[in-house]
Write a new protein. Sequence first.
Length: 287
Amino acid sequence: MPKATAVWLVDNTSLTFEQIAEFCQLHVLEVKGIADGDVAQGIKGMDPISSNQLSREEIHIAEEDPKHRLKLLEPKVEVPEVKTKRGPRYTPVSRRQDRPNAILWLLKSHPELKDSQIMRLVGTTKPTIQAIKERTHWNSPNLVAQDPVTLGLCSQIDLDAAVKRAAARVEREQKKAGKGAEKAGSLIPTEETIGLTDTQGDVTGGGEGPTPFAPPQPSEDDMASSLAQEARDAMAAPEQVEEAPDADSVFAKLKDLKVEGESTEGESAEDESDKDGNEDEKNSSDG
């Protein structure tokens, strides 16, 4: 209420119009009009001393020195700033029908963006984003991906800032995941292994010191070199090629087999004839 303060200063002090105008942020002619009664008629003056805007010493100094500028007192009580909760961006009614197209463009072009970032950029809600993701939106068949900047739903600066923050977040997550994988696949330092073995010996009560280490496992380079050496040895070894069978040798073997078969048959026939003769002689002697 600068005019109410100016009314009080005009009525109760001998300050110049320039000093009052500068302190109350008014024009000099407006302060003159207040003094003449042409301006601020019916406005009750407000005491700046009781409202902790000025001190009596400051007013006395300014009255004695016309060039002195009035200084506002610093507040003794700190009033906390009221933080207003930021809601979704306001979108004009004429452009709200373009929001699904902009959401589809953001989901395709910048999948690293969070739903909350898309909500702030376009001024939409999470159910709408989820429906477009799952293709359950009522106008899903007719949606066409369009840049929200060209549609006028957000500025290029806001879009670049959101994409930059999302890229930094993804990079941090990837580094964190990479460090976890390296830690899981790396060997335990010597100090930790010695500490573990010492604690194991103390717990078991053996009192014989640390347990011996397991035999060292061959490294990947050693395994690769051994496999390469085996491959070279296999290539250098002469291959044993089976010779193709000769036709003459095959027929000779068959002929030998045939002769052996005939000889065995003749011997068996002679044995049977001798056996029959012996039986006849035996029968005749019995008769």
